[in-house]
Write a protein that binds this ligand. Sequence first.
Ligand code: NAD
Length: 483
Amino acid sequence: MPSAAQDIPVRNGSGAANDLSRTVTSSFSALDRGGLAGSPTATFHHSPSSHRSGSIYDRASSAKPLTPFNTQDIKVLLLENVNVTGQEILKKQGYQVEAIKSSLPEDQLIEKIRDVHVIGIRSKTQLTSKVLSEAKNLFVIGCFCIGTNQVDLKAAADLGICVFNSPFSNSRSVAELMIGEIIALARQISDRSSELHRGVWNKVSAGCWEVRGKTLGIVGYGHVGSQLSVLAEAMGMKVIYYDVVNLMGLGTSTQVSSLDELLANADFVTLHVPELPETMNMIGAAQFAQMRTGSYLLNAARGSVVDIPALIEAMKSGKLAGAAIDVYPNEPGSNGETFNNQLNEWAAEFQSLKNLILTPHIGGSTEEAQAAIGVEVAESLVNYVNFGTTAAAVNMPEVTLRSLTHDQPNHARIIFIHKNIPGVLRKVNEILGDHNVDKQMTDSRGDIAYLMADVSDVDVAQIKRLHGDLEDLGSRIRTRILY
Ligand SMILES: NC(=O)c1ccc[n+]([C@@H]2O[C@H](COP(=O)([O-])OP(=O)(O)OC[C@H]3O[C@@H](n4cnc5c(N)ncnc54)[C@H](O)[C@@H]3O)[C@@H](O)[C@H]2O)c1
């Protein structure tokens, strides 16, 4: 798989980077691929987390790679066998990368984290406030996974440490699983397969259907839902969708105005909404009553979205002809643990139902998704380290400036993370006041504000003075200058 980071300008640093320093990208190819999330929704979704605007500027053909003013070598620690796609992107930048296959116990983690500027983890490494308080040089964390519960995001923000993850790299994998399961449900494949595993030959056509011409109702038309829409139409299905946001449908799919309308008109209903108070048990007894008799329900969103006892009743009454469930209110913590009534009190009754496909939260679990996560998070880290871009950050305001270019050799980029209190901008602008500020952007998120400014015609002595003056401000959390 080609690395999209081939297109990121390589910073002017040590080691491998020296050969490539001041290399300029000449391609928008990564952008042409629609971003690493690979979602067609990136073109029309409004959510700031749905697109990666920062990359546009950072990969512009005239972008100048920047060097941190007060950090010589960028040291990166990657734990938990981060995908090789991500490792390669970081190494190519000339960063000193140490990759370890496992997570580390707290004492060893504290020892290691003291020294590094960047850490990449997956879901097992716990970055608690205690661990982060020891990480004196750390300024960015990459979670090479979807969730960020393993990081104390508030503590990280308070220390000026930016956190990135990869929420959408597995959308396609989920959509493809849905397609497989729609056909499997329509043909009762899981029942036939388990019968034959037990030696039972049961060749039936009653109650088995083609999916061509059937209606798919997608609830939540985001990254997964919209991917699924395209695939389903390719199989000859009619697609309707319901979303709280007004969205333009892909292909000939059409948005309906209420969940009830969708439920009443769909043969297959798939759920792709986030876990929110409003989506808790959004499919319960009243919604099953609205559904067509003999229809199917698929849930690969979150376990809290479906009232499972109500689903059991709908299956037993024949209202539903089948269901495929990938996510559960309570899920085992690790492989090998048992899924039983201790975990969810309805488990045994549920497991006994016919034409019910149960999978252990594997919707996004593919090799491709892991590779895409490696690329997406590594690119976010590089864009942050080299350009200060916080687009798609989990715990910082999203701030992006267009790149400095090669015909701006004496420009510097000031990054000032500070407490969000009155009067700070006046003081910062007093410090920057003797210089020409080409462009400046600031935004806040809760207690934390992030300011980025490009100043022109500064020499190293002036950069040093600017750095010192900003560091002396009482509101200062972290100052970085790139030039
Ligand atoms: N099973 C898995 O392994 C797996 C993998 C990836 C994602 N997911 C889950 O799938 C779900 C969808 O993921 P996504 O990446 O498409 O998210 P997304 O944020 O891109 O899209 C969610 C969509 O749901 C809509 N929405 C929000 N509240 C709604 C409501 N009450 N009614 C109708 N629509 C509503 C939003 O407007 C948005 O368009 C999430 O819950 C995610 O956690 C599961």
